[in-house]
Design a protein around this ligand. Sequence first.
Ligand code: HEC
Length: 422
Amino acid sequence: MHKRALTKGIFALSFPLAAMIGTAQAAAPELAEEEMERANNIYFQRCAGCHGTTRNGATGPNLLPETTQELGQRRLESIITLGTEGGMNNFDGILSEDDITLISKYIQHDPVDPPEMSLADMKERWKVFVEPEDLPTEPQHDLNWENFMVTILRDRGAMGIIDADTKELVTEVETGYAVHVAKESSDGRFWYVQGRDGRLSKIDLWMDPPQVTAEVFIGYDARDVAVSHYGEWKDKYVIGGSYWPPHFVIADAESMEPLKVVSTRSYDTEGNFRNEARVAALYNTPHAPTFLVNVKESGQVWQVDYSDIDNLRIDQMETAEYLHDGFFDPTGRYFQIAANMSDKMVFIDTETRKLVSMLETGVKPHPGPGANWVDPECGPVAGTTHLGEGLLTFWGNDPEGHPDQAWQICDQIETDGPGLFV
Ligand code: HEC
């Protein structure tokens, strides 16, 4: 029943609505079935990223009926319209007044678990537009594809391919909605882009014009993607990470056929079960045939070995909650990732597949792509900005050459306000 409805549109997530209305608390304002469906779409598009797919809270607090009914319709409408100083967006001018009224009613109902997604569900929606053997053996146009820019057209659900030589738009390629991340094959010819709606598309820059050659949906709400680049597995696998269902999927990088799905539901560092343990960031490791899978709510970095996916080896490193953005040191051996709710940076050695250290850097570190440079006193260092304060912190990251500075704060610089990227 879901599967059919799911193909309808970008965020037309369709849950068993009758069941949902049946379980809604008596105190919640009434909603007709179409209203419920519209509210569902608004919730998943606009709110779930911060309040969680199951409404149990993430960056923002839970929106369960106990809380929302207590606040009541008028107060809810005003919070959603005006936002708060504590980080709640204001939706005035983004959602219509009717939609604000609707979503305020909706969040007073019981949340329903969104549906699961099996490998068979993924296979059913997997599409090959150009068979791998029919792909061109040389570029089909005279443009300098090695100097193309692949740009996210967020609300269009497309990627803009721009020729950086001429600054002209080559084409717009239809992809998932609000692509979050794009990663390339080792020669830069193919681009793998992960839409928030779960659609993972493969783009070939050699085609005239560049186009999607295959796609697969790996979840209902997804964020990141990575491609295997190591040794004989170069360009063999692509991994997609999903917020809901909380899992990662390994697909054939040639055909995009989904091969393996692994749930990330697990226990956090204090031993609490996390049903919504979302996959934040994914990376290929330059020094081992592995992907790094960073699970937000469980505070675990999983190093997933792709050299034998039938006997999948996963090294699970217990670090700190909520893992977010990360980056490698210049050697590509060490991985440095923010655990934003713990105010820490976490350091992983991808050769030994172990946690090497954690460092408190400031309130909510957020490096974005991060930066590595050489400091005259500390030697090689890396830094992060912070969402919670105006501070740039940098630490030594050369344990071989500068063991005394490694994973220790080298210096901190105050900035005019909180920072998102360095
Ligand atoms: C960018 C992240 C973000 C998004 C998107 C977002 N919220 Fe929030 N929301 C927050 C944060 C953070 C708070 C806590 C604010 C505070 O404490 O001042 C919050 C608070 C709230 C509250 C008050 C809860 C309470 O217990 O006081 C409601 C209601 C709410 N959000 C509803 C929504 C709805 C509905 C949407 C979608 C239309 C939405 N939020 C989208 C981050 C977000």
